[in-house]
Ligand binder design. Structure first.
Ligand code: XMP
Length: 338
């Protein structure tokens, strides 16, 4: 059985068997050949029709967009869905990066739909389901409006495995959890579904994507919603977004696998500038090292850096009285908080 068949059927045996199978399979990956084969497959699947890609600017969807652009050129429609859960300035950054590659990306604002779907939900899996449902309804409508015959998406192997292991349902997994994409009026192609993050990055380089994309830190489909414990509201997203800017600015030179801020649902007592009692918010800083997100260890941060993070977050994010650093590896933790 090939490594991928093993993943598909989830008869992985021991973790070691899985890793050695993966090693053997990866050694066989040839990025040039992969690009040639996948562009051919996309061309064949698309015929003379149009295709739509939902581009988030992450390396996975960017590779898929670039492959599809090579395959079908202007018949590809690239869409950036503003779900209100993105980081600061993300949409314009993606539009600009792809304009330099000769690709135009259209931004559609659907933040209100996502916030309406997430209102009142605190359970992590329920939040994921609400996000996924809104995401595919939005895409289904976009595909129908554009007349595209299929949707391309950047599902990678880790997404499939984590969903199959029951860790959490990744936003882009449908068939594996018994959902038929045609319910949303979709025919889906997933060209990088058999790759892990390091291989996707190799393919990105092969395609000539700029480093800002090929080396981009992974960011989950449900966006900042995965970094908010409790209800996702525009106000709470705004809080975690400001904290995220600080964490990214302070830690970017370390080039950790992922570094971000999290907003907890609890509150903690502190003091305002005028020394009055305040029952404020709690922000967690998370930075992890990993190869492919299947396992992760916390980054060993310098004490001065930790102090600087605390000072900036307390000073620049309104209503924060505690800043924590997460020391937990994966497992037993996961990288994100929902
Ligand atoms: P966890 O939190 O499961 O995350 O350890 C593993 C990796 O997957 C990313 N992640 C997601 N990516 N859709 C995605 O596209 C999702 O629903 C999702 N949830 C987590 C996470 O950022 C990490 O890189």
């Amino acid at each position: 059985m090939s490594w991928w068949e093993c993943v598909e059927s989830f008869s992985l045996g021991s973790w070691c068997d899985y890793l050695s199978d993966k090693e053997r399979w990866l050694n066989a990956l040839n990025p040039k050949q992969f690009v040639a084969e996948q562009t051919e497959e996309i061309r064949a699947a698309g015929g003379e029709g149009r295709a739509l890609v939902a581009l988030s600017g992450g390396v996975d969807s960017s590779v898929v967009a670039a492959l599809a652009h090579q395959a079908i050129g202007e018949r590809l429609i690239s869409l950036f869905i503003d779900d209100g859960l993105m980081r600061e300035g993300e949409g314009p950054m993606v539009v600009e990066a792809f304009a330099e590659l000769g690709m135009s990306v259209q931004i559609i604002d659907r933040a209100d739909d996502f916030f309406a779907a997430l209102a009142g939900i605190t359970d992590p899996e329920e939040k994921r389901k609400a996000f996924r449902d809104t995401f595919y309804k939005t895409l289904g409508a976009a595909v129908r409006d554009s007349g595209a015959s299929f949707l391309l998406q950047g599902t990678i192997a880790a997404d499939v495995i984590e969903t199959q292991r029951g860790v959490k349902t990744q936003h882009n997994i449908l068939e594996q959890i018994g959902l038929d994409p045609s319910t949303y009026g979709l025919h889906i192609l997933e060209p990088v579904r058999e790759l892990f993050k390091p291989e996707v990055r190799q393919v990105a380089q092969e395609l000539g994507l700029p480093e800002v994309i090929s080396q981009r830190m992974p960011f989950p489909g449900p966006g900042l919603a995965t970094r908010i414990v409790g209800e996702v509201t525009p106000e709470r997203v705004a809080t975690v977004r400001v904290a995220t800017v600080i964490v990214e600015e302070e830690l970017c030179e370390l080039r950790s696998f992922q570094a971000f801020a999290v907003l907890l649902n609890d509150r903690a007592t502190g003091l305002t500038e005028t020394k009055e009692r305040a029952f404020g918010q709690i922000i967690v800083v998370r930075s992890v090292e990993s190869e492919d997100a299947m396992m992760a260890t916390p980054t060993e941060l310098d004490w001065n850096k930790l102090q600087r993070l605390q000072e900036r977050i307390c000073a620049e994010v309104p209503d924060v009285t505690k800043v924590l650093y997460d020391l937990t590896p994966k497992p037993p933790s996961t990288i994100e908080y929902i």
